[in-house]
Design a binder for this molecule. Structure first.
Ligand SMILES: [Zn+2]
Length: 306
């Protein structure tokens, strides 16, 4: 680690090197593809180095318009956010919602029809679907370049799986909070650096196989931003990315546990050898890369109030 490396949010020195970012299955990555560091001060998990801003903008413009392959109700962040927003704004009229990184507008489409739906999106195909099929008013391509006139205009702003794409999530959250009316709600979902899969797998977590995932946050980081930006965190829910039955969750937990033992060695060699010989677990021997723990509770949905 270079001597002068500092946290890109709070500029603290003494970043903790958590190791090389997990490479996608079959790929060979070097340190140039990124290592994960954790800041002892603001708790931000941060990839270094990261792609240039221009490279990132180009990648996002090319995002395809494929919808997620599972239903709205199985998207834990969407369904919980919708329930919380419906409860909060049950007796309000003219509710204005902004979804940052709205993709095709599928989350907004599930909200009450009388609410005003706005979005921020930069990918061409998804933008057209959001506008034409779901009646979403697109107010810009990126949170960084939204016109000042939108400040204080929204009852609710949502950011699902967005902050991990920001080099400085603190600045992104502050910019999103400025768009809220007084008393408005900002909802954020992302992966939780303090969840057990992260503690167990560290920088080998599947989340980092995506080179555009630059930041991994947690409640500690959200608390830091709340203090810095004078926001109030009103709730924090541990959620999975996708809801699933217990058998699916159990299968993912076993694979994550097995993969973590495999990368540890030492005393862990013993259970690592024994586990695949148990009934129904022989498949573990064939694992080639870190499992995607989409159904384990290693994400969160949190809300700030302004
Ligand atoms: Zn920091």
């Amino acid at each position: 680690m270079p001597e002068e490396m500092r946290c890109r949010v709070c500029a603290s020195a003494g970043l903790v090197d958590m190791g090389p970012c997990a490479a996608p299955a079959g790929a060979q990555w070097t340190d140039a593809d990124g290592r994960l560091f954790r800041c002892p001060e603001c708790a931000l998990g941060q990839r270094h180095p990261i792609p240039s801003e221009q490279a990132l903008i180009a990648m996002y413009r090319e995002t395809s318009d494929e919808e997620m392959a599972y239903p709205y109700e199985d998207n834990a962040a969407w369904s919980l956010a919708r329930a919380l927003l419906r409860g909060r704004f049950a007796h309000h009229t003219g509710v204005a919602v902004l979804d940052i990184g709205c993709h095709t507008g599928a989350f907004l489409a599930g909200l009450p029809a009388e609410w005003n739906r706005h979005g921020i999106e930069s990918a061409r195909g998804p933008m057209n679907i959001a506008r034409e099929q779901h009646g979403v008013i697109l107010i810009g391509e990126r949170i960084e370049t939204i016109e000042q006139g939108w400040a204080g205009k929204f009852d609710a702003v949502t950011m699902f799986d967005v902050v991990e794409h920001l080099p400085d999530p603190s600045a992104g959250l502050a910019a999103a909070a400025r768009l809220l009316k007084p008393g408005g709600t900002l909802m954020i979902s992302s992966s939780d650096l303090d969840a057990w899969t992260w503690r167990w797998l560290g920088s080998g977590h599947w989340y980092l196989q995506t080179p555009q995932h630059l930041s991994v946050i947690s409640k500690k980081f959200l608390d830091y931003v709340a203090r810095r930006e004078s926001l109030k965190m009103s709730d924090f829910h541990a959620i999975p990315h996708r809801r699933a039955d217990i058998a699916t969750r159990y299968g993912e937990a076993i694979r994550a546990f097995y993969w973590g033992m495999r990368s540890r060695g030492g005393i862990w060699r013993i259970p690592h050898r024994v586990l695949p010989s148990l009934p129904g677990l022989g498949h573990l021997r064939h694992m080639q890369s870190v499992p995607w723990t989409m159904t384990l509770k290693d994400h969160f949905l949190a809300s700030y109030h302004r």
